[in-house]
Design a protein around this ligand. Structure first.
Ligand code: ATP
Ligand code: MG
Length: 298
């Protein structure tokens, strides 16, 4: 393919600029954001060639960034899945191969988007990585421990301290207030009741729910319940956050606030964040995107 576009890497994906190499517009530089739409609008039929080159170069840059982060050094991966498979089986039900031979490594501090069609295995993947269910075969090493080698006490500790879960269906306790739903996540810590309640109040304030603390889940909107579940996931400063469509019920302004909150947490605590999302702008915001289809990573 003739070279039609040249990408300049300034060490940061957001700052990449692309020079479109045609005669009329030589040396024209476009920022990466909105680049594709601009190219289509300006170059019509030639856009495909240009976009292909951009995709190619972008893929190379992403791989290079991943290597620079040591992602390919397996020993440094905070999440390491090898040959992970999950088959759901029960009497009278057609077995479902929800995950098939998934290999995946994620390094500490990465923010990774998981995308894929409904039923492709995204929630199943998070459940395996969060020790909420056991794989049919394959290994799951999280925070440098094989989950299959942990005993029940270690697993309980892992679920409450190492990882924070934002569930697709929120999983709030219906007869507890928003404040109690968050503070209960800290019950297994050494914090006293007062400290737990004040941290819960702080977190709810961060997600914009300071005026809803005493509401029960049933008295909150879907988006508000989702924000309570986000506050709960953050309660114990987890090393890893698994968020299953955390902005699925939120308007774009609130989604942005939540993503900014994730950004801040990652910056302050080097937290690793895995976000299942259907929202392209959130996926774009992440360091990289893992695509899953029919239980396999593409
Ligand atoms: N407990 C279960 N028992 C049987 N089959 C299940 C179970 N949980 C999930 N599945 C099946 O496994 C497949 C993957 O489901 P999963 O919930 O991981 O999909 P998903 O990618 O999260 O979808 P969505 O985007 O709709 O949330 C689906 O075909 C689903 O029907
Ligand atoms: Mg799901």
């Amino acid at each position: 393919m003739n070279e039609v576009a040249r990408v300049k890497d300034e060490g940061n994906k957001q700052k990449m600029t692309v020079s479109i190499l045609d005669e009329e517009a030589s040396k024209q530089k476009l920022p990466l954001d909105n680049l594709k739409e601009t190219v289509i609008a300006q170059y019509g039929d030639d856009a495909r060639l240009i976009l292909d080159s951009i995709d190619e170069v972008e893929a190379i840059l992403l791989r290079r960034q991943a290597r620079a982060k040591g992602e390919f050094d397996d020993t440094k991966a905070i999440i390491h899945l090898s040959g992970l498979s999950k088959k759901y089986e029960s009497a009278g039900m057609t077995p479902v191969d929800a995950l098939k031979e998934v290999d995946l490594s994620i390094v500490q501090g990465e923010m990774v988007a998981v995308i894929g069609p409904s039923g492709s295995g995204k929630s199943t993947l998070l459940q395996m990585m969060g020790a909420l269910d056991v794989p049919t075969s394959g290994g799951v090493r999280i925070n440098f421990h094989e989950l299959s080698k942990m005993n029940a006490k270690e697993l309980t500790q892992f679920r409450s301290q190492t990882v924070g879960f934002v569930f697709q269906k929120f999983n709030l306790i219906p007869n507890l207030s928003a404040l109690e739903n968050v503070s209960i996540a800290m019950e297994s810590t050494k914090m006293n009741r007062q400290d737990r309640r004040s941290r819960a109040a702080e977190l709810l304030k961060e997600v914009g729910l300071d005026k809803r603390m005493s509401h029960l889940p049933g008295q909150l909107s879907g988006g508000e319940q989702q924000r309570v579940s986000i506050a709960r996931a953050l309660a114990n400063h987890p090393k890893i956050i698994y968020a299953d469509e955390p902005t699925g019920s939120l308007d774009s302004k609130t989604s942005k606030t939540i993503i900014q909150l994730f950004d801040k947490i990652r910056k302050d605590f080097d937290t690793t964040i895995i976000i299942v999302t259907h929202n392209p702008s959130i996926a774009k915001h992440c360091d990289r995107t893992v695509k899953i289809k029919d239980g396999r990573i593409k």
